[in-house]
Design a protein around this ligand. Structure first.
Ligand code: HAM
Length: 434
């Protein structure tokens, strides 16, 4: 095989193989059920939007817009971008489809996002988010409910090594005042700033607080705190949120340096982090974006949301030790002999009609009984249905439990639809398992 001839996957963009899919499906199933229980409706938005949408929503001076977007000009001359996150598209869709108009929307969406970041474990260029947005709600109660939903999700999935960090960024106006204080402070300490921070000083000084550079920690820790400059309403909103979280028994840490990497946030921001995944520790992050909708041309409407990184949550899920094997079939069907092979598929199709809740895998292609038994074993099926020419001649088939000591029995073909579920129920009894 000529390795140079094989076209490789794009760096940072991963395949999800059948052996990995169980965790994805479990997360998708549990979130789908939870969202419905909390009154959220699914919507789907395009993977590609006009570049201007992300520039306006996420902010010109963010890392995402400055250096991580997959932007291209299509043959019609439009500048388009593969979505780096879900919120901008959902808000755009709510505005352009006329969904706002004073309505209260509880929405969720999911799918791939694209950011040209440096790939490493847990950080990819195509990654997946499950994204929740609550539009038209101003009070701290929805903030608390969204956080309660995420806390319940971790409990349901058996994920324990997570911690909730929360902060308030205040209103856009109080942030403007704070921003000036911050710029003044960092200007006084310009000599201690690294190149990235110097660049951010004009465009996005709050992001300097987020610097991971160890040499910057002293100057960052001396910076004025946003929490000390909150306006009274944001303070009250934040205090109510904290009281509601405490009332629900949800533990949290107030992190005054949690600023988030997207510009649209105001007031509440939060992040669930873990110490089980190495450097990429954020599994779910979000916050309030009361100013975004008018900024994108909609009527002023408060909103809050969050997104979780599916790859990271699935990795955590695989560490919980919960069995995530792909589901085994109930019955593996083998056929040997010309007539048996010719009639097996028709017989199985009839059984599938009669027993829609029973999963049957058929041995396709021929193979002697020994090889077929090996495949049956490997499939993990509880029961083998064996069709041979001689038995078919007498109108019977054989049934053999594969994970149980009970021996093989014969069953008239017309009784299979009754006998198979009865045997499966018997085998499922815990004290009947081997
Ligand atoms: P974000 O913090 O940029 O927020 O991303 C949310 C989550 O996506 C992160 O916590 C992380 O788990 C995951 N994530 C981000 N980048 C990557 C990557 N390169 N590889 C793997 N996982 C990644 C947002 O995107 C906001 N739209 C969240 C939001 C919704 N805020 C309000 N509504």
């Amino acid at each position: 095989m000529d390795k140079n001839f094989i076209v490789q996957a794009v760096r940072g963009m991963n395949d999800v193989l059948p052996a990995q899919i169980a965790g994805w499906q479990q997360l998708e199933r549990v979130t789908r059920e939870l969202f419905a229980a909390y009154g959220f409706e699914e919507m789907r938005v395009p993977l590609v939007e006009h570049t201007a949408l992300f520039k306006r929503a996420i902010g010109e001076y963010t890392d995402i817009v400055e250096k991580e977007m997959y932007t291209f000009t299509d043959s019609g001359g439009d500048s388009l971008t593969l979505r780096p996150e879900g919120t901008a598209g959902v808000v755009r869709a709510a505005i352009t489809n006329g969904l706002l108009r004073g309505a209260r929307l509880k929405l969720w969406t999911s799918g791939p996002m694209f950011r040209h970041e440096r790939p490493q474990k847990g950080r990819y260029r195509q990654f997946h988010q499950i994204d929740v947005e609550a539009i038209g709600f101003a009070g701290p109660d929805i903030d608390a409910e969204l956080i309660a939903l995420t806390a319940r999700l971790w409990r349901t999935l058996g994920i324990t090594r997570v911690k909730l960090k929360i902060n308030s960024l205040g209103t856009i106006e109080s942030r403007r005042v704070y921003r000036e204080k911050l710029v003044t402070y960092f200007r006084q300490h310009e000599a201690a700033l690294d190149a990235d921070s110097l660049r951010r000083l004009e465009g996005n000084p709050l992001r300097i607080l987020d610097s991971k550079n160890p040499d910057m920690q002293a100057v960052v820790s001396g910076a004025p705190l946003l929490t000390d400059h909150l306006d009274a309403e944001s303070r009250e909103h934040f205090d109510s949120l904290c009281a509601m979280l405490t009332g629900m028994g949800i533990e949290y840490v107030i992190d005054p340096r949690l600023v988030r990497g997207l510009d649209y946030y105001s007031r509440t921001v939060f992040e669930w982090v873990t110490d089980a995944l190495g450097a990429q520790d954020a599994i779910c992050s979000g916050g309030r974006y009361d100013g975004l909708i008018p900024q994108l041309g909609g009527d002023p409407t408060p909103a809050i949301g969050f997104a979780m990184g599916v790859e990271r949550v699935v990795e955590l899920l695989s560490q919980t030790g919960a069995p995530l094997a792909p589901a085994a079939p109930d019955v593996y069907v083998m056929a040997s002999g010309e007539r048996a092979q010719r009639t097996a598929l028709a017989l199985v199709e009839r059984l599938r009609d009669d027993l829609p809740q029973v999963t049957l895998h058929v041995n396709l292609g021929s193979g002697n009984f020994k090889a077929q038994f090996r495949r049956a074993d490997k499939s993990g099926a509880a029961l083998a249905l064996i069709l041979g020419d001689a038995e078919l001649e007498r109108g019977v088939a054989a049934l053999k439990p594969l994970r149980h000591e009970a021996g093989q029995t014969e069953c008239p073909l017309e009784e299979l639809a009754v006998r198979i579920p009865a045997i499966l129920a018997d085998l499922a009894e815990p004290n009947n398992a081997v």
